[in-house]
Design a protein around this ligand. Structure first.
Ligand code: ZN
Length: 147
């Protein structure tokens, strides 16, 4: 069981490996440790559910709080993501039409994906990571593959 604890040396967190989490969840989780780690007292050892409960009883409900607790769940409780091991293929970007490398995502028409330029553009401007993922799949797996 993953847990978060604090001793005289500081905060200790055990969680699943980076590649078993979505990148945006990993980022949010790291942020959660920085920001909400203070809720763990000296010599305390909390389960992720205890920690989530403490966050929820300290902060009013908000999208941000929900995203934080979802990331904690992803890192410490929920089943890990299943990686798509199929070979990447040539896809057309659904946004700009450019040829790109990726894996087919079920919410895209066959043969269409997202190029990394458009992925960055969309992320920077108007789409939440969760929505991006729902629409185009996972970064690094379905689009924006490492070269
Ligand atoms: Zn594009």
């Amino acid at each position: 069981m993953f847990q978060i604890s604090r001793d005289h040396k500081g905060l200790h967190v055990t969680r699943r490996a980076d590649h078993l989490m979505y990148p945006h969840e990993l980022t949010t989780f790291r942020h959660a440790v920085d920001v909400f780690g203070f809720l763990v007292q000296q010599n305390e050892r909390l389960t992720p559910l205890d920690w989530i409960e403490r966050i929820e009883s300290t902060y009013a409900a908000s999208t941000r709080r929900d995203r934080t607790t979802a990331a904690i769940r992803a890192a410490m409780i929920d089943a890990p993501i299943a990686a798509d091991e199929s070979a990447p293929r040539r896809l057309s970007c659904a946004c700009c039409g450019a040829v790109t490398r990726g894996r087919q995502w079920h919410n895209q028409d066959t043969g269409y994906g997202l190029c990394s330029t458009c992925a960055d553009w969309i992320t920077a401007r108007h789409m939440q990571p969760e929505e991006l993922e729902r629409t185009y799949g996972k970064r690094g797996i379905h689009f924006d593959l490492p070269a």
